[in-house]
Structures are given as structure tokens and as C-alpha cells.
Ligand binder design. Structure first.
Ligand SMILES: [Zn+2]
Length: 338
């Protein structure tokens, strides 16, 4: 994406290039552009070049060769390198999320802060004055980084599991001849697990319920053996008990619903289902082929470290170190190394 990432329409005012502006027009135009510019300071004007020059490139960003030399600075003041093997020049940002963008890292951070606050992408775009298409592009990059984030999540201790459902997009709703909706083809089943600190969620595919096979595939590698399993009376859950040597405690969910929240033994997992739904609703217009990516993002947002700035620190390190994907364990070991 070589284009300037901001929509030019957002930079425009009705009075651009005109002479004889009224004092009111001139005032609005100059204030508006001031605000716009303060959101879009170019890299050169921030201290980010300094930050980036503290980071040493460890290999060529294109071919991976370790045979490279320093080769001056870019116009933004960032150290440039030249590879002796493929002859290409690169900086620590080449081939990363920030490649080709004359954007400030602060803007990306601002974007992530919005995102982690359950703000819809449209509002994110509006808040940061960034084009919708840029927000989407950044989001897909983030999805790439988080692709394998949940692979190493293993819930332990007291583990709650349940299923929650999310509808297909309106335009994809499938109806019977009489016009009523076909339930099984209009919603995705999401398996969700929670151990009091970490959440794990997985798209089990279309359907009105889970199955032995789906439950097995979803959870078998994500619950530590010997844990206590707390769940409703969904029969399919029983497939996990023997292989994982779980102590199972199950409750009748319709009986539990009659209890006040504080007395409901299934409330911790109900809360997780509700939070997940709230998150998905904030982004409701997304194509469902990305449902698993949204679940990965939800897990990343919900799980430790809870501090948003620490989350950003990890993502930023991943991007700059040119690591395409991160796993939960990697994040946690970075935490432990501190
Ligand atoms: Zn190279």
C-alpha cells in the first residue's frame, strides 16, 4: 500500500484555494487544518526516528541475510542499511506494518487504544481522523500478528466452558420456503473457555449446537489435564473428561438462570459470553470469514497483561522485530523476562 494512508477528503475544506474568505471561513479552515495536522504529524517531526535508530537491524528485511552495511539515513532521519547479498536497501521498518507509511507510531498506538476500548472501526476512524480504508488495513495487519496468538493458551485450575452463538450477516441469512429462518445455517457456534484469568475462544462453524467432535477439536489442546471443569449439561462436553482427567461439575443452565447472578455457578462463563458478544456487536458489519480473527483479537484484548500500554508494547516489539505472528506463550515470556 504505497498511497498516502489518509483520505484526502478528510483533509479538504470547502474553501481550499479560494480567495476572499470571510473571517469566519478563514477561522474555521485554519482551526480545522491545525487539528488535522496535530493528528498527522509526519515522522520527521516526532522523536520516533530517534527511537527507531536505537533498534539495530539483525538481518536483511527482504532476504534474511546477515551480511549488510549501514548506508546513510532516509529523509525522515532513520538509519538505512544495504544488503550485500540481495543489494536492496532497508530500514528497521521495511517489510513491517509501518513500511511505506509516512505515519507516526503514535497514531498506530492511538488507533490501538481505541480498538482496545471496544470502539467500532468507524468511530476509530472518526476519532483519529484516519480513513476507514487505513483502519481496515491496520486491522488486517493486526490480525496477521495475532493469527497464532491463541495456539498456546492452556486453561488450568477451575475451567469453565460453554458455547455462544453469533449470527451470519443479514445479507447471508438463509430462509425456508415459508420465509422463516433456518436456524442451523444462520449462526456460528463459538466454543469459549475461561479459567478466571484467561479466555480462549474458537469458531466451531455454523450450527445451533456443538458436537462431540467440535468440542473435542476446540478444547482438547487448551485445557490442562487434571483441571476442574465447570459447565452446563451439554452432552458433548463429556468427551473431554476422560482424556484430560477432568473433575466435572455440571449444572442445569435453565435452573441457574433463575438464580441471582451472584449465586449462579455458571455466571463467570456467562459474563465472558456477554463480553464477547458486546465486542462482536461493536464491529457487527465484518465479513464472517474473519470471525476467528476477531476472536483472536478479543482474546488478546481480554487476557493479561491487562494494561493497554503493555499490550501495545508487545505488539510494537513484534512489529519492529518483524515477527509475523505471536503466540500467547511468547507474550507471557516477554512479561516474565522483565
Ligand atoms: Zn537481502
Amino acid at each position: 500500500m504505497k498511497n498516502h494512508p489518509y483520505s484526502s477528503s478528510q483533509r479538504r475544506t470547502p474553501w481550499d484555494g479560494k480567495e476572499d474568505l470571510s473571517p469566519v471561513q478563514a477561522f474555521i479552515r485554519s482551526r480545522y487544518l491545525d487539528t488535522w495536522q496535530s493528528h498527522h504529524r509526519i515522522l520527521k517531526e516526532t522523536d520516533e526516528a530517534e527511537l527507531l535508530n536505537h533498534l539495530e537491524a539483525n538481518c536483511c528485511r527482504y532476504c534474511g541475510s546477515v551480511s549488510f552495511i549501514r548506508n546513510g539515513y532516509t529523509s525522515n532521519g532513520i538509519q538505512r542499511y544495504k544488503c550485500k547479498d540481495c543489494s536492496r536497501t532497508f530500514t528497521v521498518l521495511s517489510n513491517t506494518l509501518f513500511d511505506s507509511h509516512k505515519i507516526s507510531i503514535m497514531e498506530w498506538i492511538e488507533y490501538l487504544l481505541n480498538l482496545f476500548g471496544y470502539v467500532s472501526f468507524h468511530s476509530t476512524s472518526r476519532n483519529s481522523r484516519i480513513a476507514d480504508s487505513t483502519v481496515k488495513y491496520w486491522l488486517f495487519k493486526l490480525f496477521e500478528i495475532l493469527k497464532h496468538y491463541q495456539d498456546n493458551i492452556v486453561l488450568s485450575g477451575t475451567v469453565y466452558i460453554d458455547e455462544t452463538y453469533y449470527h451470519v450477516m443479514k445479507k447471508d441469512l438463509i430462509r425456508k420456503y415459508d420465509g422463516t429462518l433456518k436456524a442451523a445455517e444462520n449462526q456460528y457456534c463459538i466454543g469459549i473457555g475461561y479459567d478466571g484469568s484467561r479466555v480462549y475462544c474458537h469458531n466451531e462453524g455454523l450450527g445451533i449446537n456443538t458436537s462431540y467432535q467440535k468440542t473435542f477439536d476446540t478444547f482438547i489442546n487448551h485445557i490442562r489435564s487434571g483441571s476442574a471443569l465447570i459447565h452446563d449439561r451439554e452432552r458433548a462436553h463429556s468427551i473431554l473428561i476422560k482424556p484430560l482427567e477432568l473433575t466435572s461439575v455440571s449444572y442445569n443452565s435453565s435452573d441457574c438462570k433463575k438464580l441471582p447472578d451472584k449465586d449462579n455457578p455458571l455466571q463467570p462463563i456467562n459474563d465472558q459470553c456477554n463480553l464477547l458478544k458486546q465486542f462482536l456487536r461493536a464491529h457487527r458489519g465484518f465479513s464472517r470469514e474473519f470471525l476467528q480473527d476477531y476472536l483472536n483479537l478479543y482474546a488478546f484484548i481480554s487476557n493479561p497483561p491487562y494494561n493497554r500500554l503493555e499490550k501495545i508494547e508487545y505488539l510494537l516489539n513484534c512489529v519492529i522485530n518483524n515477527v509475523k505472528t505471536i503466540r500467547y506463550r511468547d507474550v507471557m515470556s516477554q512479561k516474565a523476562d522483565k
